[in-house]
Design a binder for this molecule. Structure first.
Ligand code: GDG
Length: 459
């Protein structure tokens, strides 16, 4: 079997007791722990004058190879093109996308820098698996330097339709970079469509099989490989967390009231203002819930260097204050809004304590929290997941209550339906969802993607 070399912008801390928020790191770590290999990427540290060296640390079967970025690279590549241009664009938010030539140049420069550093580590038979929107040009840079290895790419975010992609001034160069991979994996068929439409309609390419296309002289396969979670591990952690001390603290604080939970990175794609408004509407439309049901929203701050993230934080504080001001009682607060991060075990314990999981992004590649909520439940008395149709997870968890997150009244109705659902139906829905998640867990995701990459080249 070939060695697996995973490349992603951030590499999780070697010390696993440190919380890792962010779906990519969580998924890649779960996948790599089983297979072993190299995990190559940015250390997360910024230095005015970064050292040139790649720092290698071994832990079990896995080697972490990391390096620092300069302040300028961090500004232009990470805060700039990746998180102020591609992230909003790929989440259908042209209104929030920033277009700057300088940031695009920085993005290309840092991708070339990643490629130069990686070349020293790889062997001819290695499988290289690049992750996410930060590193789309990696394969092109590697090919330019003569690397002939099999190279795969997985996009964790959505890819929008062709017309939105065309708004990017550099769309031609960026999209062409995809074609240097052998295998390109997407979360859903709609995301894959964006690339194929581009390849055929804009780049004059053609299909050469169900998934295989030819464009600009290269052949690649574009496939749907939906990501999963480590179900066994989550079940175990959630069960042990429920017995922990803070579980008792939470129960005491609720005083027998019911709990709705949301856990998200603090990001405008996650639909948090809409969620708070739907919860406020629930209090108005179904007043029996007052003093009986609370929403606990954990919103972990991320990307604090990007101005739009400060803006969404202010919006949420205002909205939570508004709902709480209107409906609180001297012994009850409707929204418990927490801007901090928790250990994974604690998080799964909280998910298990909640009768309703509320996952309502406006657009999401997959959404692992939806899956973690299902995997954390007590099988004999599970809670109900209310899930946005615009999360990739809606295709993987079909027996959730599926909602349109823009429809405030509809989301409030769905929450009420979840709160009222009889145990028999809860158990049946949960069982169907859990079976689906077990069949397609994170190990299966890695195995099928890597097995497919081993079959490359597809020409
Ligand atoms: C991207 C795509 C896709 C959150 N807060 C804490 C914490 N988390 C963990 C969650 C979950 C992960 O972070 C978040 O994953 P999501 O999938 O929900 O969202 P993104 O970060 O946007 O991930 C997404 C994913 O990549 C994988 O392909 O699903 O669509 O956007 O695991 O539990 N973890 C800890 N403390 C926290 O406070 N320890």
């Amino acid at each position: 079997m070939s060695r697996l070399v995973v490349v992603s912008n951030r590499v999780a801390p070697v010390d696993e007791t440190k919380p890792t928020s962010g779906g990519l790191a969580v998924a890649v770590l779960a996948a790599l722990k089983r297979s072993g290999g190299i995990w190559f990427g940015w250390s997360g540290d910024v230095a005015d004058v970064p050292g040139e060296a790649v720092n290698e640390v071994r832990s079990g079967k896995l080697t972490y190879a990391t390096f620092d970025l300069s302040t300028r690279d961090h500004d232009e590549y990470y805060n700039g093109f990746a998180n102020s241009t591609l992230w909003p664009l790929f989440h259908y938010r042209l209104d929030l996308a920033n277009f700057s030539r300088r940031n695009y140049t920085g993005y290309r420069r840092v991708n070339a820098f990643f490629a130069r550093k990686l070349i020293d580590l790889i062997e001819p038979d290695d499988l290289i698996w690049v992750h996410d929107y930060h590193l789309i040009p990696m394969a092109e840079e590697l090919r330019r330097a003569g690397v002939a290895n099999r190279i795969g790419f997985f996009l964790h975010t959505p890819l929008p339709p062709l017309d939105l992609l065309l708004a990017l001034p550099e769309h031609r160069e960026l999209m062409r970079s995809f074609f240097a991979y052998d295998l390109i994996g997407f979360q859903t068929a709609a995301d894959r469509r964006g690339l194929l439409d581009y390849a055929i309609q804009e780049a004059g390419g053609e299909m050469a099989g169900d998934t295989i296309f030819r464009a600009l002289g290269r052949t690649a396969s574009a496939e749907v490989h939906p990501i999963g979670v480590d179900t066994d591990n989550i079940e175990r952690m959630a069960a042990s967390a429920a017995a922990a001390r803070y579980g008792a603290r939470l129960r005491t604080s609720l005083g027998g009231r019911r709990l709705i939970v949301g856990v998200d990175r603090l990001d405008y794609s996650k639909g948090l203002p809409e969620r708070f408004m739907a919860f406020g509407h629930l209090m108005n439309a179904y007043p029996a819930n007052r003093n009986r049901v609370s929403l606990m929203q954990i919103a972990t701050p991320t990307r604090t260097g990007v101005p739009e993230y400060a803006e969404i934080r202010r919006t949420l504080e205002t909205l939570a204050g508004h709902v709480n001001g209107e409906f609180s009682d001297f012994d009850w607060v409707p929204i418990r809004y927490l801007n901090k991060s928790f250990a994974r075990r604690t998080l799964f314990g909280l998910l298990r304590s909640a009768q309703v999981g509320l996952v309502t992004p406006l657009r999401d590649g997959m959404n692992l929290v939806a899956m973690e909520y299902i995997a954390s439940q007590l099988p004999s008395d599970p809670g109900v997941l209310v899930l946005s149709r615009f999360a990739g997870a809606a295709w993987s968890i079909p027996d959730a209550i599926i909602v349109n997150p823009y429809d405030t009244e509809g989301v409030a109705e769905a929450i009420q339906q979840a709160l009222d659902m009889p145990r028999q139906e809860r158990v049946e829905r949960w069982q169907a969802n859990m079976d689906a998640l077990r069949r397609n867990d994170v190990n299966r995701w890695r195995e099928t993607f890597v097995a497919r990459l081993e079959e490359a080249p597809f020409a």
